[in-house]
Design a binder for this molecule. Structure first.
Ligand code: PNS
Length: 166
């Protein structure tokens, strides 16, 4: 079987920018694994199970696309999955420095693992999981920025938070 490309991220939560990238990447990579990172050092709004669930629902069984989660080093996960391509999306220049560092660190750790970048679609350049969460928190309109399942989950999450100080 063809080795997959890995598209790793926090996906806390998945946005339409991520979805756009996945749809475009499918045309390039016959097998794509969307890999949700379990990062004990990063405080996430959604658990890893919730993040995986939202991706699965948003993707609704796209052929060639698998959703998985991983902990530890990305290079170790890629090795375990028999992958030699990491895919990352680039929005604005501000993403570049961090991505540049990560790509080089990963190359140092695993010289045969290549990082490929795809530009985020222009209508999604300003969309990030962080800004979407903030807008949702203050009941702003996030339609069109995240899949419908995420809108529902964010509403439910904010409902649970109601009563706590903002
Ligand atoms: O969506 P994000 O938060 O930008 O994704 C970052 C992610 C999860 C891809 C990155 O933090 C990662 O690869 N974490 C796994 C741990 C690791 O391998 N760290 C070394 C890379 S420099």
């Amino acid at each position: 079987m063809e080795s997959p490309a890995i598209y790793p991220g926090s996906f806390d939560p998945v946005t339409c920018g991520h979805m756009d990238l996945i749809h475009r990447a499918r045309k390039v990579f016959p097998r794509l694994v969307v890999a949700v990172a379990i990062n004990i050092h990063k405080k996430t709004m959604f658990t890893v199970e919730e993040r995986v669930d939202m991706l699965l629902e948003a993707l609704c069984d796209q052929p060639g696309v698998e959703v998985d989660s991983f902990s530890g080093l990305l290079v170790d996960y890629a090795r375990q999955r028999g992958a030699n391509i990491i895919l990352r999306g680039l929005r604005a220049l501000s993403d570049f420095e961090n991505e540049f560092q990560m790509a080089h660190m990963n190359r140092r750790l695993a010289p045969n693992l290549e990082t490929f970048f795809m530009m985020t679609g222009q209508e999604h350049f300003y969309v990030s999981s962080q800004t979407v969460k903030e807008v949702a928190y203050f009941n702003g309109d996030i339609s069109g920025l995240v899949p419908d399942v995420v809108i529902r989950r964010l509403r439910a999450k904010n409902g649970q938070l109601a009563g706590f100080s903002k």
